[in-house]
Design a protein around this ligand. Sequence first.
Ligand code: GSH
Length: 370
Amino acid sequence: MYPPIQLFDPASSTYTYVLHDPATREALIIDPVDEQLARDLAVLRERGLKLLWTVETHAHADHVTSAGLLAEHAGARTAAPEGCGIGTAAVQLKHGDVLKFGGEEMLALHTPGHTAGSMSYLWRGNVFTGDTLLINGCGRTDFQSGSAAALYRSVTEVLFALPTETVVWPAHDYQGRTHSTIGAEKAGNARLGGKTLAEFTAIMDDLNLPKPRRIDEAVPANQSSGLRHDAGGGGAEPRAAQGYAGDVTPQTAYEWWKQGQAVLVDVRTDAEREWVGFVPGAVPLAWKQWPGMAVNVAFDEGLKAAVPPGKKALLMCRSGVRSIAAAKRATELGIEAYNILEGFEGDPDENAQRGKRGGWRLRGLPWRQG
Ligand SMILES: N[C@@H](CCC(=O)N[C@@H](CS)C(=O)NCC(=O)O)C(=O)O
């Protein structure tokens, strides 16, 4: 028996969990936080883990997931509860579904209440309860399709039906506690232990919690796996804090390019350009290349040669994620670099197919194949 790896984001008091199969090193991550992307990639690298899945317990209101970024950087597939409106997740989980990693299996349990789609996940005597059941507490039920009655049923009928020794791993703790057990929560949870539905509803009605600070930004971002394509039509959305000049829509990028202000650099692989299509006149300069998607050692020299002083660089990849890494590198090289939102093909749709959700091609901008 080995425990999950528990990681903490202090800004949102969020716990992220990494589970793995020690034999195959295949892993899964639950509720990753975008600001902790570098830490999580380092954990995976240091432990020699291959990330197969990113999994959400629900669309969070207090922080943004790194699921989309992990899919891009670590090659994971995204999974999320089907009732959470996370249309970009490749797998929409239903109650009873199983996610496999190596010889391990994790079972999805629909536990609505904090949100209508919320799920908990059961793995080897551990239950990851998201915001359904917290240590000596529970998720609030006053927004985002929350329901105190649904949460009461989820906890008392689904989670409390698990063996008492089952270890409870919540999505948050605001007081530094790390885990609990079903037995301890059944006996002592101040909101739910031994309480009737009426008592519980009265407690929840009385909480009067302030709205999470980032709710208006976080929920829509989480419903697209944390990939924020939110730049306004006209100009660039400043992203200086993130290490590059900004994000631009494909249309804005096209205008800047046509006006001669900027050089359009396609950072996809040769194979992507060949098979999916390319923009005539764009500079082909891969950020990463097969095999292994290692960073292209000729990127820096190629970029410096392609972008004359005084011109901006517009970086385009498949969906606007790899191009962020390339834009950061370009900025380090002293170039005013912008990421093109949505990339060439946009995000995957509900069938995990690209090309229907945004992207240079869908926006009707010039491109060719073959
Ligand atoms: N103060 C935090 C939010 C705290 C909060 O509302 N947490 C939610 C989960 S995102 C909750 O369900 N809390 C239950 C509780 O505090 O009892 C923020 O501004 O982000």
